[in-house]
Design a protein around this ligand. Structure first.
Ligand SMILES: [Zn+2]
Length: 290
């Protein structure tokens, strides 16, 4: 699994056996396109693509998947299908719909991810890893609080688990517990992808109690205009004793799990260093996130 260094945004690539999954595509088609090249994903099938929510820093890069010259086949595309005015998102949706007609792509709504009126859809990858895709908060305030959560479970569930929930903010983070996701599929994991790029509204002490990660990985851009990572978020991670890697300083972060009983996963950043500060963090104390 790789958290790709795509600047201010999110893009994750998961490989298990011959199965390939992409969660979000970052803000820049050209940057994401270079990863599709370097990961040798042209002329392949991507089994599952998940757009966590309707913000450009998550969907824009996904347009590259549909470029004819890449010859990439997509089996399942998940997103919440909320109405959205953005023209680039409309283009992406047009591409999805035309593939449905032509190429048997299956287009799923994260509000009903398995089309069976159940909130959790489980996908088993060919190497035995599993992916739980969870419906977002039904009436979440703003696009961030409509983020679909994903839990990745390695082939041997004891060796590696990870929780990714897009840009979910306090409102939806609290709702995950109300929805019972802390019980089913279970929220306690080895690695947490920081919600909302290390924003103070993407973490609470309670959330970290429940997720109880050994590591946090954060996807964000250098000198982003939001001041991510926020001082308060770092304080919460630090108080819980949880170290972090961040894509703006560590580059692409690769996590490997051997998939054997009692095997331990490894996290390898492109550039070393933990608990780093970034150029944006100087201005990162946010009013309203005490
Ligand atoms: Zn975002």
């Amino acid at each position: 699994m790789r958290l790709l260094n795509v600047g201010q945004g999110d893009a994750t690539y998961i490989r298990n056996g011959s199965s390939r999954v992409i969660i979000d595509g970052g803000p820049e088609p050209t940057v994401f396109g270079r990863y599709l090249d370097s990961l040798r994903l042209n002329n392949t099938t991507i089994d599952v693509v998940i757009l966590t929510h309707q913000h450009l820093d998550h969907y824009s890069g996904l347009q590259e998947l549909f470029k004819t010259a890449r010859h990439i086949r997509i089996r399942y595309f998940f997103e919440n299908k909320d109405p959205a005015p953005a023209v680039t998102l409309a283009h992406l949706r047009d591409s999805i719909l035309s593939r449905m007609d032509r190429d048997s792509l299956i287009y799923r709504d994260t509000d009903d991810p398995c089309s069976n009126r159940r909130p959790i859809c489980t996908i088993t990858m060919t190497g035995g890893a599993r992916l739980h895709i969870m419906a977002p908060q039904p009436n979440g305030e703003g696009a961030n609080n409509r983020s679909a959560a994903v839990k990745l479970i390695g082939p041997d569930s004891a060796s590696f688990t990870m929780w990714l929930a897009g840009d979910a903010e306090h409102e939806e983070i609290n709702w995950f517990e109300q929805a019972g996701y802390d019980q089913n599929p279970g929220i306690k994991v080895n690695v947490l992808k920081a919600d909302h790029h290390g924003s103070c509204n993407g973490v609470t002490p309670r959330y970290l109690d429940l997720v109880h990660p050994q590591w946090v990985v954060v996807s964000l851009g250098v000198r982003n205009e939001y001041g991510h990572m926020h001082t308060q978020a770092k304080r919460i991670y630090r108080n819980a004793g949880i170290p972090w890697y961040r894509t703006d300083q560590n580059g692409t972060i690769t996590i490997r799990s051997p998939g054997t009983p009692n095997g331990s996963y490894t996290i390898v950043p492109e550039y070393p260093g933990t608990n780093l500060n970034g150029p944006s963090d100087r201005t990162s104390h946010q009013i309203g996130c005490t």
